[in-house]
Design a protein around this ligand. Sequence first.
Ligand SMILES: Cc1cc2nc3c(=O)[nH]c(=O)nc-3n(C[C@H](O)[C@H](O)[C@H](O)COP(=O)(O)OP(=O)(O)OC[C@H]3O[C@@H](n4cnc5c(N)ncnc54)[C@H](O)[C@@H]3O)c2cc1C
Length: 478
Amino acid sequence: MATTKLTSPISERMEQAIVALQSLLDRRVSTAESVREHHSHGESYHTPALPDAVCFPQSTEEVCAILKISAKYQVPVIPFGAGTSMEAQVNAIHGGITIDMREMNKILHISPEDLQVTVQAGVPRKQLNKALENTGFTFFIDPGADATIGGMTSTRASGTTAVRYGTMRENVLALTVVLADGSVIHTGSRARKSAAGYDLTHLFVGAEGTLGVITEVTLRLHPLPEAVAAASATFATIRDAVEAAIETIQLGVPVARIELMDEAQIDACNRYSKTNYPVAPLLFFEFHGDTLRGVNEQAETVKKIVEEHHSSGFQWFTTPEERETLWKMRHEAYFANLAMRPGGKMFTTDICVPISRLADCIVESKKDLASASFPAPIVGHVGDGNFHMSYMLDPLNPAEHAEALRLEEKIIRRALEMGGTSTGEHGIGAGRKKYLPVEHGAALGVMSAIKRALDPDNRMNPGKMVEPQALFGNSESQ
Ligand SMILES: Cc1cc2nc3c(=O)[nH]c(=O)nc-3n(C[C@H](O)[C@H](O)[C@H](O)COP(=O)(O)OP(=O)(O)OC[C@H]3O[C@@H](n4cnc5c(N)ncnc54)[C@H](O)[C@@H]3O)c2cc1C
């Protein structure tokens, strides 16, 4: 894969900025090529782009000082969590300073009585859940990867449990943010609700590091369910599977997870995870409740629904070990896809539509794949109307990349026509930026005005998501 910024000469301003960073952070700033390379990409097919330096702050004060250096020498900054984002969000396409947040990994305050926790932004979600063990509470958002809370906040992430517990949008209560000029603000409060002023917290949730660096996050916690059950159901057609999922949601069954895999994904997962599910469209369900009776009632309702949609098999998973095997297989889907095409790169679509349109959207989009040159298994958080097609590409074949871009454009335009969005959870980055004018029209001008107001020099993760000047017009021209 081609890499940009490898050989570009470093500017005099950047050299001065590095000297200032070294005097601030000593060995916690690196210009080593291996470190820069590690920070030049996320988990995606996009061309990596190296930052000029990478620093590792340990406090909000140090982040302030880094932002002041960036302002003084007019060089870009790119916040970096775990680097698991998928749309080139962390690629340093204009060089500059990457701020790796992972040394800001303290759990600051667990407050079970308020169902809240406050953490530094570099805390990975698995570390958070380990710290919550024995409190009776948990943080449910689970994007598969062990992402940081700051990265998840900044991409407005979600995962398999969003259908019941919401996305980062519903679960972030308050933030500490360092702005482009190095000043610090605190947004939101620890109250469960507030009507005081503009909702700045949610301005930064999903801003992908383009407006400021988040250093602390207060999150909502949820009690661990007393009773849990899981089940799977196999279907003759993908339409039957999706319509069963839609009906489950429309009837108000409070499922904790409903995930879809098509036959290609099941086949890949069976091979990788050594499972033996029938190679057919499959729904996985998880039910949470206060009593076993309650979860069994949910499961019985769902069993009737899937039978009405011609399910050929409803399988219960009652023990924690069985459930673990089930969700391990689901979370290994990414690796199963990589194993399907060794040396391949994954290009993932992420559209989300109103659930009433989901079956049509999936069926139509699957037809588009009939003549595709590469495998493209499907997984979906179907309870939210969100699904991914994983185009498994040969990175050395530009024709496949061009074909993937054409297919993605088709599916995004279909989602927008259905009243949906180009991305349900992975975000915009540099990869999907060209679709924002189509999706938001004049509202993009408001986003640009916000970007100009908070980052007048365009130093915060430049080239991602929103430009300071609105770009209108059709996507092909960009
Ligand atoms: C196998 C796999 C499965 C995935 N499944 C899902 C899924 O189900 N749902 C989902 O939502 N995502 C999923 N993702 C994508 C990814 O995990 C999420 O986007 C995640 O939220 C990124 O977090 P991160 O810590 O890796 O952030 P990074 O990738 O490091 O950064 C993401 C963005 O946030 C910015 N950022 C990071 N930290 C900060 C900060 N402290 N302040 C300001 N900006 C910051 C960065 O500049 C960048 O723009 C998956 C990824 C993989 C590899």
